[in-house]
Design a protein around this ligand. Structure first.
Ligand code: C2E
Ligand code: CA
Ligand code: CA
Length: 284
């Protein structure tokens, strides 16, 4: 039979009971952290690629790299490891590793004579704690020999402990080095407008929530975001697009670039190679 354990703090009389469930979940968490560390060392993390498509011509016009982890014979989605890596600050290792893989994949495609569109790579805002990050990104891209303008950096809007000033400095530094930067999930945090005033992003990715929802209120905000982006000369991408009627609506509203299951799910490298060789989607 299991007897609950307790630990007593040295500085106070507080007693924390460690139940079996809590001990099990702490052990599971430790095991996962150690598996992630080994996974990074053994190259178990790889990019998948999700196409971005021009709304009018239906031609592939970009792609986003999304990481996947091959672990114990299963393909693990980012939700199972990114929060842990953000918490224990190993996310920068993953983001730079994925960037390295993307650059190497692009170099291979270019060598084969395949045309490659701009590819965005996600960088967690937790990375902003490292002031040398733009320099590290640049070193990885330069070492691969691919043109810099094929790489775009995507950062999420989610509010956290890093100030808008830190984000603005990060974006300015990347611009100086010759990279474009997009803001992910735009409209999902309460600080969206302040962010637009302070940081000069090249592209806004509209949060999937606005596209999923057919409420009049969301449609009004979506229309306003699109107009606003035009006014401040910022490109726009609609993501999470799944249905024909959403494509038609976005086309009417003037959104030129769409990403979503309607066209393709994130694809492994071999399938993306085939898509790059056949970059026009059929009109339905
Ligand atoms: P995200 O950057 O907003 O990426 C879009 C997510 O939506 C992806 O989930 C994608 O597979 C999914 N998605 C795309 N189109 C559709 C659609 O039409 N319908 C639906 N329901 N979903 C769609 P995924 O791959 O699970 O990634 C989740 C999040 O994890 C990403 O959200 C991104 O924030 C993060 N992430 C993924 N890879 C990396 C990475 O290498 N580094 C960092 N820092 N974050 C990453
Ligand atoms: Ca993204
Ligand atoms: Ca997003």
């Amino acid at each position: 039979m299991y007897t609950p354990k307790f630990v007593k703090s040295k500085d106070s009389d507080d007693i924390v009971w460690l139940t079996k469930d809590l001990l099990d979940s702490l052990a599971e968490r430790k095991k996962l952290e150690s598996d992630i560390k080994h996974g990074l060392e053994n190259g178990e993390f790889k990019p998948y690629y999700q196409p971005k498509v021009n709304t009018k011509t239906r031609k592939l016009c970009g792609m986003e790299a999304l990481s996947r982890w091959s672990h114990d014979g299963k393909l693990m989605p980012p939700g199972s490891y990114i929060p842990i890596m953000e918490f224990n600050d190993t996310i920068r290792l993953l983001d730079l590793h994925i960037l390295k893989c993307v650059c190497s994949d692009i170099a291979g495609w270019l060598k084969e004579g395949i045309e490659v569109p701009v590819t965005s790579v996600n960088f967690s805002r937790r990375n902003l704690a490292d002031p040398d990050l733009p320099g590290k990104i640049d070193s990885v891209v330069r070492a691969s020999g691919i043109p810099k303008d094929l790489i775009e950096i995507e950062v999420t809007e989610t509010a956290d402990e890093f100030s808008i000033g830190d984000l603005s400095a990060f974006v300015d530094e990347l611009h100086k080095l010759g990279y474009k930067v997009s803001i992910d999930d735009f409209g999902s945090a309460s600080s969206s407008l302040t962010l637009l005033r302070e940081v000069s992003f090249d592209t806004l990715k509209i949060d999937k929530g606005f596209i999923d929802n057919s409420k009049m209120r969301d449609l009004a905000i979506l229309t306003y975001i699109i107009r606003l982006a035009e006014e401040i000369d910022t490109d726009i991408v609609a993501e999470g697009v799944e249905q024909q009627k959403q494509v038609e609506l976005l086309d009417k509203l003037g959104v030129d670039v769409i990403q979503g299951y309607y066209f393709d799910k994130p694809l492994p490298k071999a399938d993306m190679s085939a898509r790059l060789k056949s970059p026009v989607y059929a009109l339905n």
